[in-house]
Design a protein around this ligand. Sequence first.
Ligand SMILES: Nc1ncnc2c1ncn2[C@@H]1O[C@H](COP(=O)(O)OP(=O)(O)OP(=O)(O)O)[C@@H](O)[C@H]1O
Ligand code: SF4
Ligand SMILES: [Mg+2]
Length: 366
Amino acid sequence: MTFGPKTTSLDCGLGHACQFCPEETHCTLDKPLHNKRLIENRLEEIGHIIVVLANKGGVGKSTVSANLSAGLARLGFRVGVADADIHGPNQSRFFGFAGGRTRTTYDGLKTLAFEADGISHPVKVGSLAFMLEDDSTPVVWRDAYKHDFIHHLIGSFDWGSLDYLVVDMPPGTGNELITLCDMLEGSDVSAVLVTTPQAVAQMDSLKAGRFCNERGLPVIGAVENMAGIVCPHCSEEFHLFPDAGLGEALEGLGISRLAAIPLAPELAMGSDTGQPVVTERPESAVARAFEPLIEAVAATGRAGFDAAVAHTLGEVFQTNLEDEALRTALADLPAGQQEELGDEIAALLSQETGRLRDMTGRNGAE
Ligand SMILES: Nc1ncnc2c1ncn2[C@@H]1O[C@H](COP(=O)(O)OP(=O)(O)OP(=O)(O)O)[C@@H](O)[C@H]1O
Ligand code: SF4
Ligand SMILES: [Mg+2]
């Protein structure tokens, strides 16, 4: 990806959309083209996008997004979390950035970096909340702006290279989700559904499941949140709601139940204090309840990494095979340029080999 202040005849190369640009009023470049390229460039750098959704509000989408992101980061992945909830952005608070602000740079809007013990790559958090005057400012946006916002969220934030971008959706399968699905068509994207055990929430999550099936959006599985309570005295788990047949209903849609997260005060407290429970108390029962979800998402990514490794290895070999041709081509250049280009190619190959070693090392370590 080539963001930065490089100006070409076709594109400025800036890492943010024109709406954030001080040059916007007098710039004569092709702005729609710039905004389109911006998203294409970002998506090229993101390995796998996980959309966390539910048809219903308050079932735990943001809680699951935050703990899934932190859990993936604990496994060594480079993770970003994009808060797509325009009306109730929560990720800033869940990662301890309440009141945090972003700034515009050549490379785009700065994400805020969440660090914790056991995480080698900080989780990059991008949220509309970083652009509001204060956290209680209500956002009243028309649909056209919402459309733009989803584009800015993915395109204008400086996500850098990521293994996963987790997108925390607002409730429902409306405008934001449709815009996102349209934008991500052709990208490596999957969904995680969140539901609670009550029959009414289940019906709603089934609607979300049907939406995914109709849109061809692969669903990794569903998370049943607030599934029961762990007794603080005897550690016995008991259920608050009668079993409304979630497992069977999901099965009918070809969706598996990945994890059951208990109703746990430390989870709510973790959200309030900005410390996801999977990094703050990784040994606790509630943190461990997230493990099957995190593992399932990691497994989809690993399949992608293996394919990427195989593909890139193929390209590296191809380059080696063409060494002879390269030498012949270089021989036609003036002496100074031969050396310069040779060095550039060597540096690129060494960088690529390092990246492959890192990726395979990380996969092998898990
Ligand atoms: N398993 C749980 N145990 C205890 N509290 C929980 C649990 N899951 C979520 N909560 C709390 O419930 C509230 C709602 O959760 P959350 O914000 O994650 O839901 P949401 O689906 O993202 O809501 P919205 O639709 O408003 O975006 C939060 O205060 C959160 O801390
Ligand atoms: S207005 Fe858009 S195209 Fe022009 S310099 Fe700014 S970001 Fe680039
Ligand atoms: Mg939410």
